[in-house]
Design a protein around this ligand. Structure first.
Ligand code: GLN
Length: 186
């Protein structure tokens, strides 16, 4: 089993470390030729979605990765990664992969006070620590998308077939549970 981690910007190294702790091989996608090898899953890390989206376009990674996701490649998007997956952003005109039927609000907790730490239940995973960093949340979900986590009434996790989108960062906590859940999907 091999997992690709998008590594054009953001917190990709933390995901690689979590996968290594689980004994799972990973590699970084930085340019088009990295797509020549086969892989079983994809992680889109947190970071700055506008920067990642721009680089995905410029590096000609957006369309080939989108096609793979649409064909069923398991993908985990965390924070900015969720924004990249979203079909719709309520406070931004941009759309990147647009494969996950949800409406996401960027910087939903406010820019300054938007970072906090909590624990909450994720369906199928259990209670896990969650770090929110200038985080988005999911305002609404479309047909077929299942809500898997809520914090203070706001949707912070969703699953739609092969796609998981969460607005928090599991990779900066010491819990491997979400990565285990994701890799069990592969
Ligand atoms: N605020 C960032 C964005 O809109 C996301 C923050 C994060 O990934 N930690 O892209």
């Amino acid at each position: 089993m091999k997992i690709a981690v998008l590594a054009v910007q953001g917190a990709f190294i933390e995901h690689e470390k979590m996968l290594a702790q689980l004994g799972i091989e990973s590699f970084e996608i930085r340019q088009k030729k990295d797509l020549e090898q086969d892989f079983d899953g994809l992680i889109l890390p947190g970071g700055e979605s506008t920067v990642m989206g721009k680089l995905l376009r410029e590096l000609e990674l957006l369309e080939p990765l989108k096609e793979k996701i649409q064909r069923g490649l398991p993908v985990l998007g965390t924070c900015a990664g969720l924004i990249l997956l979203a079909e719709n952003l309520s406070n931004d005109d941009r759309i990147y992969f647009g494969t996950l039927p949800v409406t996401v609000k960027r910087n939903a907790y406010g820019r300054q006070l938007g970072s906090f730490f909590t624990k909450a239940e994720v369906k199928g995973v259990g209670e896990i620590p969650m770090a929110f960093i200038r985080a988005p949340y999911i305002e609404s979900v479309g047909e077929g998308a299942e809500v898997i986590a809520r914090v203070d009434g706001n949707i912070v996790g969703v699953r739609y077939g092969n796609q998981i989108g969460i607005s928090f960062h599991p990779e900066v906590t010491d819990s491997l549970a979400l990565h285990k859940y994701f890799t069990a999907m592969l």
